[in-house]
Design a protein around this ligand. Structure first.
Ligand code: ADP
Ligand code: MG
Length: 351
C-alpha cells in the first residue's frame, strides 16, 4: 500500500475496538441475526466476525475492499437519516492495509458454494477459491498492525486494557440488538475455545441483559421510560420539521441501578448509551446519571443501559469518523429535563 493509504488506514482503524466495531456494524448492515466474534490470543493473532447476513455477490468481490467502495449510500440526503452504520467504504480497505485480510462469503443463491477471498495491502483481490459454506460472511483479520511496528508493540503492551475495552464495546452492541444471537469467543493459544458471553436471539433487551450480566444484575435494576418534553426552540435543525409551539419529544428507555442508600446491592458499573439504538458515548448524560445516583449511594456508580429515542433531525451522528460522538440539538434542555425525570423515578423506588 502507498504510505498515504497506510496512514489514512491507521486513522480509521486505531485499535482492537475499531476493528470489532467496523466488522460487527457491517454484519448488522447485512441483516445478520446470528453473529459470532472470535478472538485468537485476545485479537493479537486474529479477529474473526462471522454472520448469516446477505453475503457478498460475486460481481462485488473485486471492489469490496477498495477504498471508498460502499454499497450503502444512495444519495447525499441519506446522510441525515442514515439507517445503516456504514457509508464511507473505508473499513475493509483500511484493514487490508493493516493486516492479513480475508473474507469467506456466500449469498443465498450461491449456497453451498462459498468463496474465500484474499486481498493484498491495497485492497485488490488477490485470489478466490471455492469452499463449502452457508449464507453469510466471515471476515478474518490476522496480525493486526503487522506493518506498523510501533502500533503493534503498543497493542501488545496494552492488550489487557484493550481486551477489556473491546468486550465492553461488544456487550454494548449485543445488549441493544434484539432477535440476534450474538456470541463472543476467545480462542487462547493453548486450550479450548471459551465463550466470553452470548445472547440467545431474545425478543427484548431485558433478556439480553440477563444473558450477559445475569439475573441478579437485572433484579437490581429499575426499568425506565422517561419522556422528556422539550420547549420548542427555533434552532436551525428544527425548522419546518415540527409544528409551531409543539414540544419535541425525547424518550429515554432502558434500565438503571435501583438507588440504594449506603452499601447496597452491587451492580456492575457498566454504562451503555445509545441514540436511536446506535451505541455512542454521551459523557454529559453519564454525568447526570452518576450525580443523581450518587445522591443515594455515594460509593458506587450505577449500571446504565439507556437508549435515547428522538427524531433524526434533533441530532447529527456524522461528527466524528467513528460516529461514536453524537451532537444533540438542545442538549442542555435535555439534560435538565433528564435530571428531574430521574429524581422522580428514583423517588418512587423503595430505598
Ligand atoms: P461501508 O460499511 O462504509 O460500506 P466497509 O469498508 O465497511 O464500508 O464495507 C465495504 C462493503 O463491503 C460494504 O458496503 C458491503 O457492501 C460489503 N460488506 C462488508 N462487510 C459485509 C458483511 N459482513 N456482509 C455483507 N457485505 C459486507
Ligand atoms: Mg462498514
Amino acid at each position: 500500500a502507498s504510505a498515504v493509504h497506510q496512514i489514512q488506514a491507521g486513522q480509521v482503524i486505531v485499535d482492537l475496538c475499531s476493528v470489532a466495531k467496523e466488522l460487527v456494524e457491517n454484519s448488522f448492515d447485512a441483516g445478520a441475526t446470528v453473529l459470532d466474534v472470535r478472538f485468537k490470543n485476545h485479537g493479537l493473532d486474529s479477529i474473526e466476525v462471522q454472520d448469516n447476513g446477505t453475503g457478498i455477490a460475486a460481481h462485488n468481490y473485486e471492489s469490496v475492499a477498495l477504498k471508498h467502495c460502499t454499497s450503502k449510500l444512495e444519495s447525499y440526503d441519506d446522510l441525515s437519516t442514515l439507517e445503516t452504520f456504514g457509508f464511507r467504504g473505508e473499513a475493509l480497505s483500511s484493514l487490508c492495509a493493516l493486516s492479513k485480510f480475508s473474507v469467506v462469503t456466500c449469498t443465498q443463491d450461491d449456497v453451498p458454494r462459498a468463496s474465500r477471498l484474499e486481498f493484498d495491502v491495497s485492497g485488490k483481490l488477490k485470489s478466490t477459491s471455492v469452499v463449502s459454506g452457508q449464507r453469510g460472511t466471515t471476515v478474518i483479520v490476522e496480525n493486526l498492525f503487522r506493518n506498523l511496528p510501533v502500533r503493534r508493540r503498543e497493542l501488545e503492551r496494552n492488550i489487557k486494557r484493550e481486551w477489556g475495552k473491546v468486550i465492553n464495546l461488544l456487550n454494548q452492541y449485543a445488549c441493544i440488538q434484539t432477535n440476534v444471537k450474538f456470541t463472543v469467543w476467545q480462542l487462547p493459544t493453548k486450550g479450548n475455545k471459551m465463550m466470553m458471553f452470548g445472547t440467545k436471539g431474545n425478543p427484548n433487551t431485558r433478556e439480553n441483559i440477563i444473558n450477559i450480566f445475569g439475573v441478579k444484575t437485572m433484579n437490581a435494576l429499575v426499568a425506565m421510560d422517561l419522556k422528556l418534553e422539550l420547549i420548542p426552540t427555533t434552532g436551525p435543525l428544527d425548522k419546518g420539521k415540527r409544528k409551531e409551539g409543539e414540544p419535541a419529544k425525547v424518550r429515554i428507555k432502558g434500565f438503571v441501578s435501583k438507588p440504594v442508600h449506603g452499601e447496597g446491592r452491587q451492580t456492575p458499573d457498566r454504562q451503555m448509551f445509545y441514540v436511536n439504538g446506535r451505541p455512542c458515548g454521551l459523557p454529559q448524560f453519564t454525568k447526570v446519571f452518576n450525580e443523581v445516583y450518587r445522591s443515594y449511594n455515594s460509593s458506587q456508580l450505577p449500571f446504565i443501559f439507556a437508549d435515547i429515542q428522538l427524531d433524526t433531525h434533533l441530532y447529527d451522528v456524522n461528527v466524528s469518523p467513528d460516529k461514536r460522538t453524537i451532537l444533540l440539538h438542545d442538549q442542555g434542555q435535555m439534560l435538565d429535563n433528564l435530571r428531574d425525570s430521574l429524581i422522580e423515578l428514583f423517588e418512587t423506588q423503595d430505598v
